[in-house]
Design a protein around this ligand. Structure first.
Ligand SMILES: [Cu+2]
Length: 163
């Protein structure tokens, strides 16, 4: 009766692990070992509470919690270089934030119902020295003002280096 030796099984398992590692490195070159920074943004009616004013550059995983009684979102946009956030906060025309004149890209969006977390997270490779706008463009009724106008807008400044 043929028997599989222990050494054969170990060699086979080793080859399997090597194959997994090679696949992982192909999908996540170089930075596979580095865990992204985890940032949880909390929304309320109608503000982001404890929004970090600065973050380090590099891979960052955003989560969103809604502590409010309305549905909220956190849209992240990469502000154009040279655009001052101060000109946007308090501005009457918040939708302009997503225009090409103001932002280089719409990075992504997380949504959550009242009292819930977003079901997923948002991975962003934060660019050194740049500003990101966090904004909620939802409104409670079609005629109501967008939540950004009520205070749900902020900026995260990314440091030049990762100390
Ligand atoms: Cu909102």
């Amino acid at each position: 009766m043929p028997r599989t030796s222990v050494s054969t099984v170990v060699a086979y398992a080793g080859a399997f692990v090597t194959a997994i590692s090679a696949t992982a490195e192909a999908q996540h070159p170089a930075s596979w070992a580095a865990q992204p920074a985890a940032v949880t943004v909390v929304g309320a009616d109608y503000a982001y509470t404890d929004l970090p004013s600065t973050l380090r550059p590099g891979p960052t995983l955003f989560a969103f919690e809604n502590h409010g009684t309305k549905r909220h979102e956190m849209s992240i946009l990469l502000l154009k270089s040279g655009i001052a956030m101060e000109t946007l906060v308090g501005a009457a025309d918040h939708p302009a934030v997503s225009s090409r004149a103001v932002s280089d890209s719409i990075v992504g969006l997380l949504l959550a119902r009242p009292g819930e977390h977003s079901g997923g997270q948002l991975y962003v490779n934060l660019v050194a020295g740049r500003d990101y706008v966090v904004i909620c463009t939802l409104r409670d009724t079609p005629d109501a003002r967008p939540h950004a106008d009520l205070g749900m807008i902020g900026v995260i400044r990314v440091r030049e280096t990762a100390p």
